[in-house]
Design a protein around this ligand. Structure first.
Ligand code: HPA
Length: 285
């Protein structure tokens, strides 16, 4: 995947959509509904975009939706490319490279994740403060094209502080409004903050691995996001990461983990999640 490939895909998307969004959102497993009701939406299936590959995982539609939230243009990836599907990292991070060529400055990366913290229950959200890359590979390995960014990118502050503040304020406002309206019987803080640990998957972890990652300082585990966050920071884009906690890590409860549960929890928080993303997009623009 070359710089020219990314430019070609970006030109195609600009031409087809007629829009120039500054914000992109990547929707994780079970969180695809946000893209369904964007205003003035143009939907571009991945297999029609130059150099994109198809996404194969259940629960991922596999299209780029360019639309608006209250007049703010955004590009939304409904379905992403995971390393566990067999794509190489060039393919996994390609959309980030296309986004940067489109002039996008801010990316909001979302995912489904397992909790390592008994206080952080399924159905809550976690603002990603930092990550641990345990995928066994760095997406930027290989020759570096300096037009994307530097050979040795700094990772001191991957997840933008200002965006974290915006997301936190939005979550607080939602919690206040729900309590005031009686939607929640008492005020319920659903937004946590913590470290996301990325693993290659596709197996879920063993209970011993979960204990290991907790000792290492992780609060949540998942199989995505970090390659995209690295590619986005490499190119100087601002990154926000939000995990939807869909289950407790293996061994924390006396029950197995399955993908169905992950998808169902995503669907359960879809309303709050959509509201949150809308507020963040408007405040971050
Ligand atoms: N582990 C890894 N990835 C995940 C999990 C998990 O428990 N839940 C959702 N994605």
């Amino acid at each position: 995947m070359t710089y020219e490939n990314a430019v070609e895909a970006a030109e195609f998307i600009k031409l087809k959509s007629g829009k120039a969004p500054k914000i992109a959102v990547v929707l994780g497993s079970g969180l695809g509904a946000f893209a369904d009701d964007l205003e003035n939406a143009v939907r571009l299936p991945y297999d029609g975009i130059p150099h994109f590959v198809r996404s194969t995982v259940e629960g991922h539609a596999g299209q780029l939706v360019i639309g608006e939230v209250d007049g703010v243009s955004i590009a939304v990836q409904q379905g992403r490319f995971h390393y566990y599907e067999g794509y190489d990292m060039q393919q996994v991070m390609f959309p980030m490279r296309v986004f940067a060529r489109m002039g996008i400055e801010t990316v909001i990366l979302t995912n489904a994740a397992g909790s390592l913290n008994s206080e952080m229950a399924p159905g809550s959200l976690m603002l990603i403060s930092d990550h641990i890359n345990m995928m066994g590979v760095n997406p930027l390995r290989g020759p570096n094209d300096a037009r994307f960014g530097p050979r040795f990118p700094d990772m001191t502050q991957v997840y933008d502080r200002e965006l974290q503040k915006i997301a936190n304020n939005a979550a607080n406002a939602i919690a206040d409004e729900r309590a005031a309206a009686g939607t929640d019987s008492e005020r319920h803080d659903f937004m946590h903050r913590g470290v996301y640990c990325a693993l290659s998957g596709p197996t879920y972890e063993t209970p011993t691995e979960i204990r290991l990652y907790r000792i290492l300082g992780a609060d949540a585990v998942g199989m995505s996001t970090v390659p995209e966050a690295i590619a986005a920071r490499h190119q100087g884009m601002r990154v926000l990461g939000i995990s939807c906690i869909t289950n407790f890590g293996a061994g924390m409860l006396d029950q197995p983990i399955d993908h169905q549960e992950v998808m169902e929890t995503g669907a359960r928080v879809a309303g709050i999640f959509k509201d949150l993303l809308c507020r963040i997009v408007k405040a971050a623009n």
